[in-house]
Design a protein around this ligand. Structure first.
Ligand SMILES: Cc1ncc(COP(=O)(O)O)c(C=O)c1O
Length: 389
């Protein structure tokens, strides 16, 4: 029993290799054999403050002794505190808490349909963009226009359409064909390999959404919370959404998602329309408060920008010398290296040398370290990466 392959224990939704990761500190992780890794994955953009951060440890202890769950039938102080912070730091007037990214997307779709439905019963459709990734539950999956995620799981939900990212003409065509409740976009696509929405494209969507009273939803589940050097990525483009979905780094490693929106949209929702038993768990919200307080500091965000520029520069230097590397893309510490062929063998080799990286799409290697990464750690990662190409 002891030596059983852990792969035989789980439904095989992931390809994982032993040994198990057992602890972490800062930007480093350790497996059960004692091997250490430089973590440029951050739990897929979750561990913004790295591992074992003192502010999170203190919050865990403080809140852990007080309350782990009451119910969303009651107020819980860490939820109130985090909602205050998120509202103060963003465009939003109201927050809905849930447990994950996909749940935030489901809630956003429901809220948008309810709000738009009050204008017209034809305003039910949702537009998303090619190669987007919004999650794995049926609403979020239906808004993820990628055949590889749909295969075997049909039928998907009705009313979901897609246009190619940054393609004005095709998007206009789709918008003209029917009435939409919402347009949902990742300002920078993460899972499909760091594809940025153009600023003029975001402005174009904003204009259309305002004119047609359609909800513009930014999915900042991967690119939000400081990852690109501003607290929210939308700040960089001067385009303000009507709704923003958050998750991944928000709970500091505990499951926490959120939908941020306006008073006007929130006003269409009545008690009982939507809900969740665990969403906005007080322990997760206590950690979330620490994450937002640390990340929103100007000096912290400047550091993300500086480290991002340094990492990108080093990767560009390398790409200029190695023909297998095509280009370096991204923003802040959400960086991708496009490669000529399948990046999986390079990622595997890096892992064997103690560097964790993630694949994005078919041809991209994502570098998404904790936002506390140091220049020395970046140098070390670059050396391992260079030796693995
Ligand atoms: C942009 C984006 N939206 C939604 C999701 C889904 O989040 P979760 O895995 O927490 O359900 C992800 C996950 O990778 C994501 O990157």
């Amino acid at each position: 029993m002891k030596n059983q392959n852990p792969n035989d224990l789980f439904v095989p939704t992931y390809t994982r290799s032993a040994p198990a990761i057992v602890k972490g500190d800062g930007s480093r992780l350790q497996d059960s054999s004692g091997r250490k890794y430089l973590d440029f994955c951050s739990g897929i953009a979750v561990n913004a403050l790295g591992h074992n951060h003192p502010a999170l440890q203190k919050a865990l202890e403080r809140q852990g002794k007080k309350l782990l769950h009451a119910s969303n039938l009651y107020f819980m102080q860490p939820q109130i505190d985090l909602a205050h912070l998120l509202i103060k730091q963003s465009f939003a007037d109201r927050v809905f808490f849930c447990n994950s990214g996909t749940e935030a997307i489901e809630a956003a779709i429901k809220f948008a349909r309810k709000w738009a439905g009050l204008q017209s019963d034809k305003k039910i459709n949702i537009l998303s963009f090619g190669d987007a990734f919004h999650g794995r539950t049926y609403g979020a999956l239906s808004a993820t226009p990628q055949a590889k995620f749909h295969a075997g799981f049909g039928p998907l939900m009705k009313g979901f359409y897609a246009a190619p990212l940054n393609d004005f003409a095709k998007t206009e065509k789709q918008l003209a064909r029917r009435e939409y409740a919402a347009i949902i976009i990742e300002p920078i696509q993460g899972e499909s390999g760091i594809n940025e929405a153009r600023e003029d494209f975001l402005h174009f969507l904003r204009e259309y959404a305002t004119d047609s009273r359609t909800v513009l939803i930014f999915d900042e589940i991967q690119c939000g919370v400081g990852r690109t050097g501003t607290l929210w990525h939308y700040e960089q483009h001067g385009v303000i959404p009507d709704m923003m979905t958050l998750a991944k780094p928000l709970g500091g490693g505990l499951p926490l998602g959120a939908v941020l929106t306006t008073d006007e949209i929130a006003a269409c929702i009545s008690p009982g329309d939507h809900g969740t038993t665990f969403g906005g768990n007080p322990l997760a919200c206590a950690l979330g408060g620490e994450v937002i307080k640390v990340v929103s500091k100007r000096s912290f965000l400047k550091n993300v920008c500086d480290r991002g520029t340094y990492l990108t520069g080093k990767l560009q230097e390398l790409a200029a010398r190695r023909s297998r590397l095509v280009e370096v893309v991204g923003d802040g510490l959400m960086v991708g290296v496009r490669v000529k062929d399948d990046p999986a063998p390079i990622i595997k080799k890096c892992m064997s040398k103690g560097l964790m990286l993630i694949k994005g799409g078919n041809n991209t290697i994502r570098f998404m370290p904790p936002l506390i990464i140091t220049q020395r750690e970046i140098d070390k990662a670059i050396a391992i990466f260079a030796a693995s190409i």
